[in-house]
Structure formats: C-alpha cells, structure tokens
Design a protein around this ligand. Structure first.
Ligand code: CDP
Ligand code: MG
Length: 140
C-alpha cells in the first residue's frame, strides 16, 4: 500500500509556553510540509484522554493527560509524500536524549514527557487524529 500524504501534529504545551510555535513551524516549513489545517486550542481532560486512549494502561498516562491539558496547543494537518515517516524523522525520538541532532525534539524538547511535538505513528492513526481535531470544513 502506498504511504499516505498526511500526518497530524500538535505543538505541545511546553513548546507553546516557551514561545516556540514560530521556530517549530519554521522547521516544518523548511522540511517541505504543507499546512492543510491548523488551530490554536486547549484540550479538555476528556479530549486528552480520548486522544491518548491507546496509552490508557501505561504508567505515564495520567501525567500525560495532565501535561497535555496544562496549556494551549497548536494542532495541524501536514501534507508531504510519505508524511508520517518523514515527520517522525523530522521530530526525532520520543525521549529528546535519544533524538538525532537537528530534530525538533533535540532542539526544543525538555524531557520524555515535555517533548515539544506530537506526530502520528501510522497512516491509519494520522487519519483518525486528523478527524479528531478538524472538521472537513476546516481543511484546505
Ligand atoms: O509521541 P511518541 O509517539 O513519540 O511517543 P508515545 O510512546 O506514543 O507516547 C506518547 C507521549 O507520551 C510522548 O510523546 C510523551 O509526551 C509521553 N510519554 C511520557 O510521558 N513518558 C514516557 N515514558 C513515554 C511517553
Ligand atoms: Mg505515539
């Protein structure tokens, strides 16, 4: 099956608090992604729990939900050939200690929880996550 051309990102509350929306969007643009949808919003507890439901049994889930609702985020649908894999390459490993030089997490993340950005992990989840954040009328 051909790789999909969209992925879903969130600029997380830690990066928003540090005034890094602009620099992170700059990296995304430089890497050749096109912005198909974008919003500045704050997740409710119910929304964060639903978005990360796959991690519900993990020990970090409650802290993750608290963190993701602690301030506003920027959600966006990004388009590029092979978007999911290309974006995971651009953001680097979950733990910034392991993230390659020049990746968004290496540059902007604090630690494994406060790691600056989200990126979808599969084409299927990219579509689910895009639908989670955006109505059809909000996509261009
Ligand atoms: O975001 P990514 O797909 O790289 O990682 P994940 O394994 O899907 O975990 C989702 C999010 O949970 C991470 O981005 C971190 O914010 C958080 N997390 C955490 O707080 N502690 C961990 N040990 C692992 C993940
Ligand atoms: Mg993930």
């Amino acid at each position: 099956m051909a790789a999909g051309n969209i992925t879903l990102t969130m600029i997380k509350p830690d990066a928003v608090r540090k005034n890094n929306i602009g620099p992170i969007l700059g990296k995304i643009n430089e890497a050749g992604f096109r912005i198909r949808a974008m919003k500045y919003t704050q997740l409710t507890k119910a929304q964060a729990e639903a978005f990360y439901a796959v991690h519900a049994e993990r020990p970090f889930y409650a802290d993750l939900v608290a963190f993701m609702t602690s301030g506003p985020i920027v959600a966006a649908i990004l388009e590029k050939d092979n978007a999911v894999q290309e974006f995971r390459k651009l953001i680097g490993s979950t733990n910034p200690k392991d993230a390659a030089p020049g990746t968004i997490r290496q540059l902007f993340a604090e630690d494994v929880q406060n790691n600056a950005v989200h990126g979808s992990d599969s084409d299927e989840n990219a579509n689910i996550e895009a639908d989670f954040h955006f109505a059809k009328t909000e996509r261009f």
